[in-house]
Design a protein around this ligand. Structure first.
Ligand code: 9MR
Length: 380
């Protein structure tokens, strides 16, 4: 058949047919050209992760699933492993969603993060009622033993304790602290280490760009090391904004952990693009405020100037991260796309925020290109 067509190459119909075929094949070559994705772009630097919501774990939207599978090589459960969901009553555990999450990670050969074993927020109600140390130790022990043992060898990094410090570097007065004092942190890390000796165990918190707060964390890590309690690193959340903190403050934070020989993971990166008149920073979720149109200015889309600002800010941040790639083993975004982001509802509910690299339809935003060019321009 092919030969016959070539024999009649002078026929205008055949020429037209060949031209159409050739165009079709060229254009399909163009569309099939593989764009590098985040995990490939930063493969020599660190894992690139995303926090997944329940519906993303359930693969309810194919465009988002595609982004998760192609762009990221690390995943963290945004909510499904939290105490109130996974261990809602002292004797009942609910593993359906966390099993699915872990399977998703393994199916795609990803780094899998467990979030979070011990946290005062999103805790089961019975934990707030505990007032004696024996019961507290008993509940923490069963929580960590059951969960970390179930996922032994399947979770690469555990956020063992989350947000245990105040802004001034003292310990937060959570119910864990009230009942056990700071020993609850030692208990949690020791239990996790015993249950899953090969998992990386980290302490995770926000606002560590504040020197007093991170000094508290560094002190704790040093004490753990002196006592021989395993702690492998610190998770710096990175709930920041387009304006701040300054890159210089982020740099000092990284440098302090480097000087203390502590591995860093950026665990919850996002940049709010919305006004914040109370100058709230970080992620103290107990604060909630009434909304107003003034406070929600971008309901019809992010203006170009803001989109560029967001991109430039992400670029500055990633340039710094790449500079410290020997010390930073993972950068995880707190969400896949803007639609999912918790920042649509905090500190004011029902706003339209744009903190991530993918838009509400899971398409790459301008900020994505700014992040990509941190590395791609190196090879040009
Ligand atoms: O993104 C999470 C959101 O869906 C929850 O409603 C919220 C409840 O506390 O927790 C959010 O995730 C938090 C994370 O687990 C720990 N660091 C701060 C994050 C943002 O609040």
């Amino acid at each position: 058949m092919k030969r016959n067509i070539l024999k009649h190459k002078s026929s205008p119909v055949i020429i037209l047919l060949l031209a159409v075929l050739c165009y079709g094949c060229q254009s399909s070559m163009v569309t099939q050209k593989e764009e590098p994705t985040l995990k490939k772009i930063f493969e020599d630097d660190f894992y690139i992760g995303a926090a997944l919501s329940g519906s993303q774990i359930n693969a309810e939207d194919s465009a988002t699933t595609h982004v998760i599978e192609t762009e990221f090589n690390s995943i963290t459960p945004e909510n499904v492993m939290k105490w109130m969901y996974i261990h809602p009553e002292p004797d009942s555990f609910y593993f359906e969603m966390s099993d699915r999450f872990v399977e998703l990670g393994h199916k795609n050969g990803m780094n899998v993060v467990g979030h979070a074993l011990v946290w005062h927020s999103q805790i089961a109600e019975y934990m707030n009622e505990v007032s004696d140390s024996l019961t507290m130790v008993d509940y923490i022990t069963s929580h960590i033993n059951v969960i970390a043992t179930r996922y032994k060898g399947k979770i690469d990094t555990w956020d063992v304790v989350n947000e245990a410090f105040n802004e001034d570097g003292t310990y937060r007065e959570s119910n864990f602290y009230k009942v056990l004092g700071p020993s609850y942190l030692e208990l949690a890390f020791s239990l996790a280490a015993a249950a899953d000796p090969n998992a990386k165990l980290i302490y995770n918190d926000y606002n560590l760009w504040k020197p007093e707060k991170r000094q508290g964390v560094i002190r704790m890590v040093k004490q753990f090391r002196e006592k021989g309690i395993k702690i492998d690193g610190v998770g710096i959340q990175g709930h920041w904004s387009v304006q701040g903190p300054d890159i210089a403050q982020v740099r000092s934070c990284i440098q302090d952990f480097v000087d203390a020989d502590i591995e860093i993971m950026y665990t919850e990166l996002d940049l709010t693009t919305l006004p914040n008149p109370w100058e709230l920073v970080g992620a103290e979720i107990s604060q909630n405020y009434e909304g107003s149109p003034y406070m929600n200015p971008f309901t019809d889309g992010l203006p170009d100037t803001m989109a560029v600002k967001l991109g430039e800010r992400y670029q500055d941040i990633f340039e710094l991260f790449v500079e410290y790639k020997e010390n930073i083993s993972r950068v995880t975004f707190w969400g896949v796309n803007d639609k999912q982001s918790w920042l649509n509802n905090w500190p004011i509910e029902n706003r339209t925020n744009y903190p991530l690299l993918f838009d509400r339809a899971s398409k790459r935003k301008l900020a994505y290109d700014y992040v990509a060019k941190v590395k791609l321009s190196e090879t040009e």
